[in-house]
Design a protein around this ligand. Structure first.
Ligand SMILES: Nc1ncnc2c1ncn2[C@@H]1O[C@H](COP(=O)(O)OP(=O)(O)OP(=O)(O)O)[C@@H](O)[C@H]1O
Ligand SMILES: [Mg+2]
Length: 171
C-alpha cells in the first residue's frame, strides 16, 4: 500500500533534447502557484538550468533571457503577478548563506526554483516538488530522465500532469 502511495506521488518522463525538457518544464510551470518550491537536482550538465529556462519562458516570454545564476546565485523574473526566483546554490558554503540571498522572501510568496537544493540541508522546505534529472545509461547524449516527486501540495497537481505528459513505463 505504502508503495502504491509513493508511486502516485512520483512521475518519470524521458526527454530527448532541450525542446522536450522545455515542454515538460512548461507543463509544470502551468500548474505552479505562488509559494511553490521546486528543487532541481542532478549532476553538472544534467539540465537543471535548461529545465528552469523552459519553466521561466513558459510564464514570461519565449525569448526571455534566462542566464544560469552560476555567479549571481539568484535571478528574478516578473511573471503574471508573481515573482520567479531562480537560485543556483552550488557555490554557497553553508545553508544560511541562502538567507542573505533573500530565499525567505522567495519562499514566502514567490515561485522558487533551486539548483543544488542539497546545499540548503534542513532549510529546504518539506513541501516541494523535487525534479531529478539524469542521463540514463545507454541513452543518447541528449536523453534525460526527469523524475518529479511531489510533496503534499503537489500530489493533486502531479496527477493532472500525469495526464498531460506521457510517462515512462515505470514512472
Ligand atoms: N534533454 C535535454 N534536456 C536538458 N539539457 C539537455 C538535453 N539534451 C542535451 N542537453 C544539454 O545538456 C546541457 C545541460 O546544461 P545545464 O546548464 O542545463 O545543466 P545544469 O544541470 O544546470 O548544470 P550545472 O550543474 O552546471 O548548473 C546543455 O548543454 C543542454 O543543451
Ligand atoms: Mg545550472
Amino acid at each position: 500500500m505504502q508503495q502504491g502511495r509513493e508511486q502516485e506521488a512520483q512521475l518519470a518522463v524521458t526527454a530527448r533534447g532541450d525542446a522536450e525538457t522545455a515542454r515538460v518544464a512548461a507543463a509544470v510551470a502551468h500548474v505552479s502557484i505562488a509559494g511553490d518550491v521546486l528543487a532541481l537536482a542532478g549532476d553538472l550538465g544534467s539540465g537543471k538550468t535548461a529545465f528552469a529556462r523552459g519553466f521561466i519562458r513558459a510564464l514570461t516570454a519565449p525569448d526571455e533571457e534566462v542566464p544560469s545564476p552560476t555567479f549571481t546565485l539568484v535571478q528574478t523574473y516578473a511573471a503574471a503577478g508573481r515573482t520567479i526566483y531562480h537560485f543556483d546554490l552550488y557555490r554557497i558554503e553553508a545553508p544560511d548563506e541562502a538567507w542573505e540571498l533573500g530565499i525567505e522572501e522567495a519562499f514566502a510568496g514567490g515561485v522558487t526554483l533551486i539548483e543544488w537544493p542539497e546545499r540548503l540541508g534542513r532549510l529546504l522546505p518539506a513541501d516541494r516538488l523535487d525534479i531529478r534529472l539524469n542521463t540514463p545509461p545507454g541513452g543518447g547524449a541528449s536523453e534525460r530522465r526527469i523524475t518529479l516527486i511531489a510533496g503534499p501540495s503537489w500530489r493533486g497537481r502531479l496527477a493532472r500532469l500525469r495526464g498531460a505528459l506521457g510517462t515512462d513505463a515505470d514512472g
